[in-house]
Design a protein around this ligand. Sequence first.
Ligand code: PMP
Length: 351
Amino acid sequence: MKYWNSTLQAMTEYLPGEQPDNIEQFIKLNTNESPFPPTPPVLEAIKNACDGSLRKYPNPNADPLRKEMASLLGGSFSENNIFVSNGSDEIFTLLFRGFIEKTGLAAFAYPSYSLYYTMAEANGINYEKVPLTDNFDYDLDLFLKKKYDLIILTSPNNPTGTSLTVKQIGDFLQKFKGLLVIDEAYVDFYGGSAVDMVLKYDNLIVTRSFSKSYSLAGLRVGLAIANPDIIQGFLKLKDSYNIDRLALAGALAALKDQKGFKYNMQMLRNNKEYLEERLEALGFEIVPSKGNFVFTKHASFPSEKLYLELKERMILIRYFKGDIQNQYVRISVGSMQEIKKLIEEIGEIIG
Ligand code: PMP
């Protein structure tokens, strides 16, 4: 820590889902990745991009992907509404680095995606954690009690899976005059995006990820969708070539393969329904989720013990230490085979 500045020394680090050395031997249901591989056209596009042209830098702003996303969104969206990031995580770093004054105040829900807290701290931005209700819903009035400069709302929320309706977000935008970010990393599974309101409100940023619904967590691509002025800010602030050639090729092919994408969304929903049914039959209480994961606890079996026992049996699920989260586990929706194995093991563990 000798050469760390005081901000770095004081900040709490983000703890990603664990990845033991022998991770390939585990059933991995702890980081909400897709259980399905990228679709064949996506893998082919990445392989095709793997040639001598890798000696050259990529397109600095990933323009082909910006154009494709704009046309997918339709309406009057253009590439000037789209910023391509190195995973959606990069967007949060840039927000705190360049869109809020050091004297500003941010707000995020609690519990929510803890990277926001980490990135705010890393950039010396003060923030408050606004609690969700006892049912893990948002109480948006609480976010209006103070004059926040930046609010990030996660819909569907991680780890709870609960989400906001488009109407709730619209009503909130009528009243909130700071910068509002809706993190839609999980929106593709059940829909309900706020993205169209970007055309109406210049203080709205919607973020998306290729890591979950597009099965490309390993490629690191995310998107911010906002008015052109905000997008210009992101482009000015980002690293010079933040999207590599392979990532650009893969993400572009993924957007183009909407048939494969929709098929995977349907399969994921089917698997989730099955997982929920089986868990309920075993005595689990499940928070209604619109993500590719469930936040759940057993009526009597302690969550931490369940997590540890499943790990012994080579199945990783997520257990968080926080004071509300520690009563629950978060389980990503796996393949049918993975879910069956999980249910079998849980059945044995809880007897
Ligand atoms: N937002 C939320 C709510 C998430 O759960 C995650 C992934 N853990 C991300 C953003 C980051 O996704 P990406 O892989 O695109 O950086």
